[in-house]
Design a protein around this ligand. Structure first.
Ligand SMILES: [Zn+2]
Length: 57
């Protein structure tokens, strides 16, 4: 399952409201460069929860 481009364009970081960058082809995660957090995408659904985000290494 892939995310529609229109959906990606309206998704913002829940922490800073900044833009999210897709990582991977699916994508597998959405990254916020400003917060250096990676939000997982599970079954095509972005989990935009700060507590579930992983720090970008
Ligand atoms: Zn952010």
């Amino acid at each position: 399952m892939t995310l529609p481009l229109e959906l990606l364009e309206i998704l913002v970081c829940p922490k800073c409201r900044g833009p999210l960058l897709p990582r991977g082809a699916a994508p597998e995660a959405l990254e916020c460069a400003a917060c250096r957090l990676s939000y997982p995408v599970r079954d095509g659904i972005p989990i935009l929860i700060v507590d579930d985000a992983l720090p970008i290494g």
